[in-house]
Design a protein around this ligand. Sequence first.
Ligand code: NAD
Length: 289
Amino acid sequence: MKIAFIGLGNMGGGMAANLLKAGHTVNAFDLSAEALARAKDNGCATFTSVREAVAGVDAVVSMLPNGKIVDSVYVGDVIGYASKGAILLDCSTIDVDTARKVTAEATVAGYEMVDAPVSGGIGAANGGTLTFMVGGSESAFARAEPILAAMGKAVIHAGGSGAGQAAKICNNMLLGASMIATCEAFTLAEKLGLDLQTFYDISSKSSGQNWSMTSYCPVPGVGPQSPADNDYQGGFATALMLKDLKLAMEAARSVDANVPMGEKAAALYEAFNEAGQGGFDFSAIIKTL
Ligand code: NAD
């Protein structure tokens, strides 16, 4: 297949490389000359505009920073410029309303489109082990699935348009709150005189067990290798967790949902980010407790 890839940054660069490995041809466009040069080294054909990159392709994949940019790229330069019949896949994390609006405009113009945000960070993007949660019609999902499978280990149909973004922000709201709760539990355990490895051994086999503890432990030297063992470098940046929590709060307001734990997590990550810690992994919030 000939696929246009828009936004080859930290995540998109590795994802496009995996499409190439699967035997697809990739037309790359990014505003950053550096990102484009890396894409070229990996074997992508590079273009100087979105419109040129999407001409004559079977599919368009995007991995962009936010909803405003996704809207302007699709409405301004993809819809009406990509070949008729091309399937459109936006893998960025954006707000549900923009995802639905852009898909609606694409549909009116005769395209099928899915929102397909990912779980997994830069390592998973490079390694082709992302999880995709997909919003769109049955027929759009059927066409998107094999393309996404080349970049991930799991591709799940979440429901209609916007459902992928809804699943993503609900998941990450849960992750943000559970990470803070895990950090609190270890901090309290230590103050109560417990050995932290012993607490891990107990809690990881008890009802407090959760992913933030057993796959991503915020305490250095405890549990599997995690960013805590590397001075909280790499991993999932606090600034990105905050972005997702803000999207979750915006979505909660739009449907009048009561999310007090999510609100608290958003406020704590906002304060941590404002304290200049946005580049550190989100588990570094343990330092504030
Ligand atoms: P990034 O900033 O590294 O990459 C974004 C790329 O988009 C950049 O190369 C930028 O130059 C390019 N870009 C911006 N505006 C553009 C435009 N108008 N046209 C073409 N290119 C444009 O960000 P990232 O970490 O790769 O994240 C991308 C998306 O993936 C975000 O929505 C983020 O929330 C989501 N995400 C990131 C992670 C992560 O761990 N980094 C994990 C899951 C989801």
